[in-house]
Design a binder for this molecule. Structure first.
Ligand code: NDP
Ligand code: HSE
Length: 433
């Protein structure tokens, strides 16, 4: 039985997870793939460090710094791009496809920004470009969307798709830990991106949502059309008020089909505590996909980490070794009514936190603004001053569903009032109905 030889461009967290699984589960993987899958070489910057790792792990394959040589090695049939970043990942992926090799990549930034071009190149060269590990770590969500749910018109999907961000929010909520301290732990566990601002500013989740949205709605990948907000502005104060109102704050990616276009947005959101997504904690990810035929399906699992992500790399390798045909074919132009909507057109309920002077008449002035703009209030929470000498108090409002443009009008008017003493905090509420 001939082996399928693979080359690993990168032997860090994900590369090591992949090599470990291929060695440990070689018997099962060979049976499922029909042939052994063998690591024929790896490329890194620091060869000594990588060789120390393979020696400790009891593995043996050649390790070099020469990506082009590995790509052009005639004995290698599949190239795994597990280095990350823009370059040389982009050049390597193109070169491998040009050379007629299948490629598996975990690089969501690469697929979100160059996926259209790379998928077209793969099609031209009659090879496959796979990226299951790029979205939601170990959860087979690309396969679920492109194959398991292929019968459905996808209405919406919503997910927690950044493990680092969810780990930070969960630790802040459950243990009151400091943001920076939890981020440092996520980095040491190998969850965070090389540049962790991608995790905390929502860029990594946006890369993933751009990919999911394109597959869900059969459009080209259009990262630039996403509305993106991260979690760096979330404070323990809002986490605590949200809990009092029956919600948890999670960092969500939402893709929703509307009458005149699609919403693609990544931002922190209040989710009712009874929803499953509100109870997804730590590095775990979860994606709810709502199809017209099947209804809602929930996909849950580890969103980052060596073996969780390696599991998705190996799944793509097994599929390719079996000769699996290309499951994803995206159009080159945006079909009718599937262009991305502007953020102002999005509608949902909103959470607003105002810091107001503690005196009569303030509530009436606030209510007047909401009344004039015809924004209905669902709930109000007014707190006592934190200390006896405090002259201001927090006022929390939950609106009913309204467009974002209108709620931003209200904020402009609120912030012009003398009694509103600091910028209004705005968070979206996602009921997942
Ligand atoms: P690491 O930083 O842990 O590993 C990167 C590897 O690539 C290292 O072996 C590094 O070598 C090598 N490398 C990077 N640049 C070069 C270069 N220019 N030339 C040669 N080798 C290079 O990253 P991860 O494994 O965490 O991430 C890899 C990819 O997987 C990224 O796209 C990431 O977004 C994605 N991903 C990561 C997940 C995770 O949980 N970590 C989960 C899902 C996806 P050296 O160590 O010698 O510098
Ligand atoms: N940094 C990413 C995360 C890795 O934390 O989700 C997995 O894509």
């Amino acid at each position: 039985m001939n082996a399928v030889n693979i080359g690993l461009l990168g032997l860090g967290t994900v590369g090591q997870g992949t090599a470990t699984i291929l060695a440990r589960n070689a018997e099962e993987i060979t049976r499922r793939a029909g042939v052994p899958i063998r690591v024929a070489g790896a490329v890194v910057r620091d060869v000594a460090k990588a060789e120390a790792w393979t020696a400790a792990a009891g593995l043996s394959f050649p390790i070099t710094t020469d990506g082009d040589a590995l790509i052009n090695d005639p004995d290698i049939q599949i190239v795994c791009e597990l280095a990350g970043g823009e370059e040389p990942a982009h050049r390597w992926t193109r070169a491998a496809l040009e050379a007629g090799k299948h490629v598996v990549t975990a690089n969501k930034a690469l697929i979100a920004t160059h996926g259209n071009e790379l998928l077209a190149l793969a099609r031209d060269k009659r090879v496959s470009l796979r990226f299951e590990p790029a979205v939601a770590g170990g959860i087979p969500v690309i396969k679920a969307l492109s194959e398991g749910l292929a019968a459905n018109r996808i209405e919406w999907l919503a997910g927690i798709i950044n493990g680092t961000g969810n780990f930070i929010l969960s630790e802040m909520a459950s243990r009151g830990r400091d943001f920076a301290d939890v981020l440092a732990e996520a980095q040491s566990l190998g969850y965070a991106e090389a540049d962790p601002t991608f995790d905390v500013e929502g860029i990594d989740a946006a890369h993933k949502l751009a990919i999911l949205g394109a597959i869900a709605f059969d459009t080209p990948i259009d990262f630039d059309s996403l509305c993106i907000e991260g979690i760096s502005g979330i404070t323990g104060v809002d986490v605590a008020f949200a809990e009092q109102l029956g919600y948890r704050i999670k960092h969500l990616g939402v893709a929703r089909r509307r009458e005149h276009g699609v919403e693609l947005r990544v931002h922190p959101a209040l989710i009712p505590m009874k929803r499953l997504l509100a109870n997804v904690d730590g590095v775990m990810n979860a994606v709810v996909i709502h199809g017209d035929a099947v209804g809602s399906t929930l996909h849950y699992g580890a969103g980052a980490g060596a073996e969780a992500t390696g599991s998705a790399v190996v799944a793509d390798l097994v599929d390719l070794a079996r000769g699996g045909s290309e499951p994803i074919s995206l159009p080159s132009t945006v079909p009718d009514k599937r262009a991305a909507l502007e953020p102002g057109d999005f509608s949902c309920p909103f959470y607003l936190r105002l810091e107001v002077t503690d005196q009569p008449g303030v509530m009436a002035a606030v209510a007047a603004i909401f009344g004039t703009l015809e924004i209905s209030i669902e709930a109000i929470l007014q707190k006592e001053p934190a200390a006896h000498e405090d002259t201001t108090v927090p006022l929390i409002l939950l609106t009913r569903t309204v467009t974002e443009a209108r709620v931003r009008d209200a904020i402009t008017q609120l912030e012009a009032l003398e009694d509103i003493v600091s910028p209004v905090v705005l968070l979206r509420v996602e009921t997942l109905d």
